[in-house]
Design a protein around this ligand. Structure first.
Ligand SMILES: NC(=O)C1=CN([C@@H]2O[C@H](COP(=O)(O)OP(=O)(O)OC[C@H]3O[C@@H](n4cnc5c(N)ncnc54)[C@H](OP(=O)(O)O)[C@@H]3O)[C@@H](O)[C@H]2O)C=CC1
Ligand SMILES: O=C1O[C@H](COP(=O)(O)O)[C@@H](O)[C@H](O)[C@H]1O
Length: 480
């Protein structure tokens, strides 16, 4: 994995399609501002936001962004820094059918920056329109020498992902195509690689001989946040499972790569995804939070899932027989992103039961948990002997918080890291075409035969059927 190069960057025109959308205001513009503040953008740059509907003029667009950046930036936004950043931002209308105004804005920006100026286009648009937007970039010449950053989900199924890959291949060599899955750039996910591959007993324990189950749990408190249109057309399975949760599964399950390069990481993940058994609708639970159908923009008879739980299996030598439990949903009790590995229990419960039958319910096996927050936490739940006369065991937790080690400064958000990497042409943390296509293949049985969603109350942990799916392993996220 390459460190951010300190070499000065050529001037850049940064184009954001879907610039009025949720991702743009929540992550992309705050991310770009953060890079600007940290001196990680080139000396000379322009930002062209684009969408089908103009917010009015450049000033109105900047006002919208000032609001968003203030809200979604950690720490204070210094007015002088914001002004210096904002004066380089403009807006141009575009759609899949007509990119004339956008192309003119990009040409003007390049002319201002000089002939060395590069172009980076981030397509922050729903997956169903990505290919048409890519074609528009080709037809207008914007894609000619630009780097193209594509959002997840990449396509909406295997056929559309292949078609999008084919269209991209006509316009740009693979080195200029960046398929984003921002979970891969989370500080904590990269910390997982350190934990696994920097040596020590965890490297050899990462195996079916020692590990009884893996859980990847991403409940979210947030509901629709004005994204009814997106969720109604995409659903949580495509939005979160085919993408983030499966990608994290790939990093958890992969064998050690020969080196931390894009090619090696992609190859090792692909090996896992080839061994990933096609998901079984009978081992998948869909849920829909109560009241979802009353939300603006949601069909009165919508069967779109806002919650998914899956039991998956990786049929290779390392993982065969180990369940991988995946769960995510909107409007749930808490927002967490936790990977847990439960270690096998000894064959005889020496301390608990004279018959050697089982450990008492509630204590659970030794479990390693990684909190995928911007400030990574690693903890180990393990049994300790309660001091005293007998041999009673109690659960305890050893926790390591990187903020305690390195200070609690403002971590670089995943999107800022990815945008900086894309500008530098570093694809290490981006996904490859083959792995994305294989994941669509694995997920296809559920897409073709989706389970009917069960209702669940807002603020709960999801439908009871998901608890039954997890069985004795359960879904409990560690206390913080
Ligand atoms: N929101 C999030 O937290 C995250 C989202 N993503 C991904 O980002 C992408 C965008 O999501 P999000 O911002 O949430 O979605 P939104 O619906 O909020 O925004 C999408 C934007 O795309 C534009 N758009 C919509 N339809 C079309 C169309 N037919 N042609 C051209 N442009 C269109 C809209 O702008 P206009 O109407 O002006 O054209 C809109 O601003 C998705 O792929 C999503 O998976 C990834 C990570 C996190
Ligand atoms: O890609 C997406 O991710 C977010 C969750 O990511 P986070 O970094 O905001 O925690 C999810 O809410 C959204 O639906 C999805 O499109």
């Amino acid at each position: 994995m390459t460190a951010a190069s300190s070499a000065p960057l050529d001037p850049q025109v940064l184009v954001v399609l879907g610039a009025t959308g949720d991702l743009a205001r929540r992550e992309i513009f705050p991310g770009l501002f953060r890079l600007f503040r940290d001196g990680l953008l080139p000396e000379d740059f322009r930002v062209v936001g684009s969408g089908r509907h103009s917010p009015g003029d450049d000033a109105a667009f900047r006002d919208q962004l000032a609001d968003a950046v203030g809200r979604f930036t950690e720490g204070t936004v210094e007015p002088a820094a914001w002004q210096a950043f904002a004066r380089r931002i403009g807006f141009a209308v575009s759609s899949a059918e007509d990119g004339t105004e956008l192309a003119a804005a990009v040409r003007r920006a390049r002319a201002e920056l000089g002939e060395r100026a590069g172009v980076l286009v981030h397509l922050s648009v729903p997956p169903a329109v990505a290919e048409d937007m890519v074609r528009m970039l080709g037809a207008t010449g914007i894609a000619d020498d630009a780097r193209l950053v594509l959002e997840k989900p990449f396509g909406t199924n295997l056929a559309s992902a292949r078609s999008l890959d084919a269209t991209l291949a006509e316009l740009a060599p693979e080195e200029r195509v960046f398929r984003i899955d921002h979970f891969l750039a989370e500080e904590a996910v990269r910390n997982l690689l350190a934990l696994r591959f920097a040596g020590g007993p965890l490297t050899s324990a990462w195996h079916r001989d020692q590990v009884a189950y893996v859980r990847i749990d991403v409940p979210e408190e947030l509901g629709l946040e004005g994204r009814a249109g997106f969720l109604e057309s995409t659903g949580t399975f495509r939005d979160m499972v085919v993408t983030h949760l499966c990608q994290v599964l790939g990093l958890v399950a992969m064998a050690p790569p020969a080196r931390l390069s894009a090619a090696e990481l992609r190859a090792e993940k692909l090996r896992v995804f080839r061994a990933l058994r096609p998901l079984d609708p009978a081992e998948t639970v869909f849920g829909q939070f109560d009241g979802y159908r009353d939300e603006d923009g949601v069909a009165a008879d919508s069967t779109v899932e806002t919650f998914v739980a899956v039991r998956a299996w990786v049929d290779d030598w390392r993982w065969r027989g180990v369940p991988f439990l995946l769960r995510t949903g909107k409007a749930m009790r808490a927002s967490r992103r936790v990977i847990s590995l439960g270690f096998r229990e000894p064959p005889v419960a020496l301390f608990d039961d004279p018959t050697g039958a089982a450990a008492p319910a509630g204590r659970g096996p030794m479990e390693l948990s990684l909190e995928l927050s911007a400030r990574p936490e690693v903890s180990l739940r393990l049994p300790v002997k309660r001091p005293g006369f007998g041999f009673e065991l109690a659960p305890a937790r050893l926790a390591l918080r990187t903020a305690d080690l390195f200070g609690d400064g403002e971590p670089l958000p995943a999107y800022a890291k990815l945008l900086a990497d894309a500008m530098r042409g570093d694809q290490t943390l981006f996904t490859g075409a083959a792995e994305v296509e294989r994941l669509w293949e694995v997920c296809d049985p559920v897409l073709r035969n989706p389970p009917a969603p069960s209702g669940y109350p807002r603020g709960s942990w999801g439908p009871a059927a998901a608890d039954r799916l997890a069985g004795a392993i359960g879904w409990a996220v560690p206390e913080r």
